[in-house]
Structures are given as C-alpha cells and as structure tokens.
Design a protein around this ligand. Structure first.
Ligand SMILES: [Zn+2]
Length: 144
C-alpha cells in the first residue's frame, strides 16, 4: 500500500485581525514569517499581538526559512465532513528552524516518505481564488 496525501483539504476561513495582519500580508507574498518578541528575543508560534512568554507587545515579523523537521504526525483516516471525503490526510507537528513547533498538514507526500525527522518546507495553498493562503508543509526533496 502506498498512499499519497494530496493538497486540497477543506479549511475554514481564518480570522484576520490587526494583530495577525503582518502574518497574512506575508502569506499573500508566499513568505512565512514567525513572530519574534523584542523583549525576550525569542520566536513564538502561533501569530498574535503579544509574546506568550513575557507578555511583551513589541514584536517583529522576520521571514523564516520555511524549513523544518517533522516531529510527530498522525494519518487521519476517519473524519467528519467536510474532511471525511478527503481521508486519509496527515496532521503533523513540524519543528521549524526558528525553534517553534507548528501544527499543520503534510501535503504532496507519499506514505513511504512520511516519517519522523522528514525534512519539510512551508507552502501556502489557496482553496479558491480570493481565499487566504493556508500554511501547509511538503517534503523537501533533494534536487539532483
Ligand atoms: Zn517575550
């Protein structure tokens, strides 16, 4: 059995507020930014208007490499609609090079490639024209 996990999972429209606007503006450009607190100088995830460690509100939004490593994953085989008709799909925790762990879907990946420590990179997927780009991860393939 060699399953393949394609793009195209239904995703509810994300909520965009002024605090997360820098993230979404970057996503529109195809760039992943990971917020960083200017007080304690650490990255954090998920995007929000304050640091979850120290409460600081001075935040910068540096562009991340987008590269990370699968820390853990689960192949979802049963789900309620609208996801039920898209099983199996992969939900994973990815450790980014910036040191934060991001939950997301692994796409464009086959079951034989899926493993802990798989090297992945961020991709932004749009469901339909006009939709917000949604963060996913796909395997980082050695070219050549
Ligand atoms: Zn902080």
């Amino acid at each position: 059995m060699n399953e393949f996990y394609p793009a195209g999972l239904p995703t509810p429209r994300p909520l965009v507020d002024p605090a997360t606007r820098p993230y979404w503006d970057a996503a529109e450009r195809g760039e992943l930014v990971v917020p960083r607190c200017l007080s304690c100088e650490r990255h954090f995830w998920y995007p929000r208007g304050f640091c979850p460690r120290c409460g600081g509100t001075e935040i910068e939004w540096p562009v991340a490499s987008g590269r990370g490593t699968v820390y853990s994953f689960s192949v979802v085989r049963r789900a309620a609609e609208p996801w039920g008709s898209h099983t199996p799909f992969v939900l994973a925790h990815v450790m980014l090079e910036e040191g934060v762990t991001v939950q997301g879907n692994i796409i464009d990946c086959s079951a034989e490639d899926l493993a802990p420590d798989l090297q992945v990179h961020a991709v932004f997927e749009r469901q339909e024209t006009g939709d917000l780009p949604v963060l996913r991860f796909s395997p980082l393939r050695n070219e050549g």
